[in-house]
Design a protein around this ligand. Structure first.
Ligand SMILES: Cc1cc2nc3c(=O)[nH]c(=O)nc-3n(C[C@H](O)[C@H](O)[C@H](O)COP(=O)(O)O)c2cc1C
Length: 193
């Protein structure tokens, strides 16, 4: 394990729980894997453009077109990573739109997935994915489970790309006075990562 890609997406730059636990997780992985190289993408501080007409006009015909330079760079970062840490806040039951923009750039037929006779195939195989999820409510159990479009979506779309070896750290109930207890539970998971 040589390269780690660390994605931040909470728009809360100073009090975010997913940023706090994500930083501790990456520090832990650096400790257990000396020499690990970390590449960071902060999608809140440096948002990506939405995919647009320039992207769509070449995506099916010319994978090396200059219009796809940024997309190809983002895909290269993923391909080079052995381990990927994605922090996500829950906004309106889903993920931050900045993270969705990143997904739109990296979900690329021919680069991160392919269509074959057996159907679609993820090409990002042999990598470990850690999801660090902050959410105001509790979705892992109970009546709100059906409202969780954060964790199932990330697991589905990233699994589609081949990232099926997934560990999830949830920080739940941060809007319900449970932040400290949720952070402590998350820290315990980090300690065994
Ligand atoms: C714009 C906005 C939308 C939110 N929507 C939800 C939501 O739909 N469900 C929920 O449980 N919490 C929601 N929250 C609360 C966040 O999920 C919570 O603050 C969480 O801790 C965010 O992660 P972070 O601490 O890493 O920033 C929302 C917060 C904001 C600012």
């Amino acid at each position: 394990m040589n390269n780690l890609l660390h994605i931040h997406s909470s728009a809360n730059l100073h009090g975010s729980t997913s940023r706090q636990i994500g930083a501790q997780l990456v520090a832990r992985l650096q400790h257990t894997h000396p020499g690990l190289q970390v590449v960071e993408r902060d999608l809140a501080k440096d948002p990506l453009p939405h995919i647009d007409e320039n992207f769509i006009s070449v995506i099916y015909s010319d994978p090396n077109h200059p219009n796809l330079k940024l997309s190809n760079q983002l895909v290269d970062e993923l391909i080079q990573a052995d381990v990927i840490v994605i922090e996500a806040a829950m906004y309106n039951f889903g993920i931050p739109s900045t993270l969705k923009a990143w997904i739109d750039h990296v979900a690329r037929a021919g680069r991160t997935f392919s269509y074959g006779e057996g159907g679609p195939k993820g090409l990002l195989t042999g990598k470990k994915l850690h999801l660090v999820l902050g959410r105001g409510g509790v979705y892992s159990a109970g009546p709100s489970q059906a409202f969780d479009f954060q964790e199932p979506y990330l697991k589905s779309v990233l699994g589609f790309l081949g990232l099926t070896d997934v560990e999830v750290i949830r920080i739940e109930g941060t809007s319900m006075g449970k932040t400290e207890e949720a952070l402590e539970a998350a820290r315990q998971k980090v300690a065994t990562a």
